[in-house]
Design a protein around this ligand. Structure first.
Ligand code: ATP
Length: 212
């Protein structure tokens, strides 16, 4: 079975940490594609001052040269908070015979019990958790996930053998970048930002985004 990676985020803005993470997932799981899914209204963050359309446009620019990366705007078409469980419900309906793999950084996994209907996620997809800088290198699984873990060396084969239900942990560390820090740099008028694709930086300047 093909594995489709689902990478949700605020992408406010997208940065090279996101891109490196997605590339590592392709290299590890051999996904046929990774869908970048910008949240319209992230449930756990302040509503972004930059519109969902701008954030999606920046994702499109950043991934344009990557043949396996796709922008999926399904959350932009919905009203209300962008709950991942609703996105999974929709994608499972559209892709009934694919293994779906939700990708998230370790910081997001730690927050998972605050997510809407989080205990149902594995009914729709597998979960791949990627290490994030400054977080302990051992993954503490939530109790409900204790018997779902597969070794990363086995993940490509085991994820492809069933449509959902397993967890694995990718212990690589993407570049230590965060959108919060990049927004702060931009607000201070810093124009030489390392860590975001050049086309995205150009878009930010053209559209006067993130200025204080
Ligand atoms: P912010 O600083 O605004 O909270 P962010 O940099 O964490 O944003 P998001 O768009 O919220 O970016 O992240 C989407 C997903 O990518 C999350 O699951 C997050 O954990 C993961 N992620 C983002 N940057 C990294 C990174 N440098 N290393 C590992 N995971 C990352």
């Amino acid at each position: 079975m093909q594995i489709i990676g689902l990478f949700g985020g605020t992408f406010n803005p997208i940065h090279n940490g996101h891109i490196a993470l997605a590339q590592s997932v392709i290299d590890t799981l051999h996904c046929s594609q990774i869908r970048f899914i910008p949240a319209a209204i992230p449930p756990h963050k302040a509503i972004p001052t930059v519109t969902a359309q701008h954030r999606a446009n920046m994702v499109q620019l950043a991934i344009a040269d990557h043949p396996h990366f796709i922008l999926d705007t399904c959350e932009l078409d919905r009203q209300g908070p962008s709950y991942t469980i609703e996105t999974l419900h929709l994608l499972r309906h559209r892709l009934p015979d694919m293994a779906l793999c939700l990708i998230m950084g370790q910081d997001s996994y730690l927050q998972l019990p605050t997510w809407h209907r989080w205990q149902e996620l594995l009914d729709y997809c597998h979960l791949l958790i990627v290490h994030r800088a400054d977080i302990a290198h051992t993954l503490q699984l939530h109790a409900a996930h204790q018997n779902k873990l597969v070794d990363i060396d086995q993940a490509a084969a085991q994820f492809a053998a069933q449509t959902h239900g397993l967890i694995s942990y990718l212990p690589i560390t993407p570049p230590d970048l965060s959108s919060t820090r990049i927004r702060a740099q931009l607000a201070q008028g810093d124009t030489r930002i390392a860590g975001i694709p050049e086309k995205v930086l150009y878009y930010i300047k053209e559209n006067h985004l993130y200025q204080s």
